[in-house]
Design a protein around this ligand. Structure first.
Ligand code: RRO
Length: 309
């Protein structure tokens, strides 16, 4: 039997697959459905201080190459998620709380209350691309360092960072230096590729309403960017910080590629939204098949094993 379980920062996940923050995880009903599904964890929507409706619709659009979204952080507010965490922990799989904020001050406020609710892990989202007028924190190492420093002093459960895609080794290194100073327990990359633009030529129009149509790209087309970021940070930290690989996973082979590049677990966004919760059973089956065919007995065995030429 192939072992699809994984461990991140000492926390065991019964399957290495889970939802990406944002995908089918805003409401209590959605989170409970994730609990009942074959997903290996329950990841919450990134939360803010106040509840938010998010950006005007249409704000998500799927197309053959992937998806574009500008949801604008619709969420119940951190108090509601803090109250839900004990209930969600009863499903026998880790609960990962995703913490965001509209300004730097919000992060410690939310981190303190959420940490007190004791999710299994906390993921600090430094990479939301869709709040008009708010640049992604993760693209500014100084601002990132200020936020990381504040929350690191507060969070006692395993703490990770959700990073945006970087496109130059200098940026991997600059962020790597910051991350290396704060005892970060895990990394998750990548968030959506921010500020892409999809056009419908028939309607001669953009496909989502917020920000003139600009939004975060996900799905199939971002896989090489995701793999590059997983690989870059795996190498910078020589495998010592576990990585959740997110981006472009549509099937078991995509997940295998993430593992080879250094991921210890896999999150799915676009394919989960498009296919629904049954995707987790399919991904488990497909990954088990390819691992068995390749002679790997577990997720851990193939982690980081991609060959360089
Ligand atoms: O809510 C969003 O618009 C959103 C967030 Br917070 C994020 O981190 N990534 C994304 O693609 N959308």
């Amino acid at each position: 039997m192939t072992d699809l379980s994984t461990t991140i920062a000492g926390v065991r996940f019964p399957s290495c697959f889970m939802n990406a923050a944002g995908a089918l995880c805003v409401t209590r009903d959605e989170l409970v459905a994730l609990g009942k599904s074959a997903a290996g964890a329950i990841v919450t929507k990134s939360m803010t201080v106040e509840p938010r409706q998010g950006n005007p619709e249409p704000r998500y659009y799927g197309f053959p190459g992937g998806s574009i979204n500008s949801m604008g952080l619709p969420n119940l507010g951190y108090k509601a998620y803090a109250e839900l965490i004990p209930e969600l922990k009863r499903f026998g799989k880790p609960v990962v709380a995703s913490v965001a904020g509209l300004c730097e001050e919000d992060f410690p406020t939310i981190a303190a209350a959420i940490n007190a609710a004791q999710p299994d892990l906390i993921e600090v989202n430094l990479s939301c691309p869709n709040i008009p007028g708010k640049p992604q924190i993760g693209y500014d190492p100084e601002s990132s360092e200020r936020v990381i420093k504040r929350v690191r002093q507060i969070i006692t459960v395993p703490m990770g960072l959700k990073l945006p895609p970087y496109f130059d080794p200098a940026h991997h290194e600059a962020m790597g230096k910051v991350i290396g100073r704060y005892g970060i327990d895990f990394l998750n990359m990548i968030n959506s590729v921010g500020n892409g633009l999809v056009v419908d030529p028939e309607r001669e129009a953009v496909v989502i309403k917020p920000k003139g149509g600009f939004g975060g790209l996900g799905g199939r087309l971002i896989k090489p960017v995701a793999l590059a970021n997983v690989r870059a940070f795996y190498k910078i930290f020589q495998g010592r910080i576990p990585i959740i690989g997110t981006g472009g996973v549509m099937d078991g082979v995509d997940a295998f590629e993430h593992l080879l590049c250094g991921a210890s677990a896999i999150q799915v966004g676009t394919v989960l939204v498009e296919e629904g919760l049954d995707v987790f059973g399919r991904l488990d089956k497909e990954l088990a098949g390819i691992l068995a065919r390749k002679g790997y007995r577990s997720v851990a065995e193939c982690r980081g094993m991609v060959k360089e030429l």
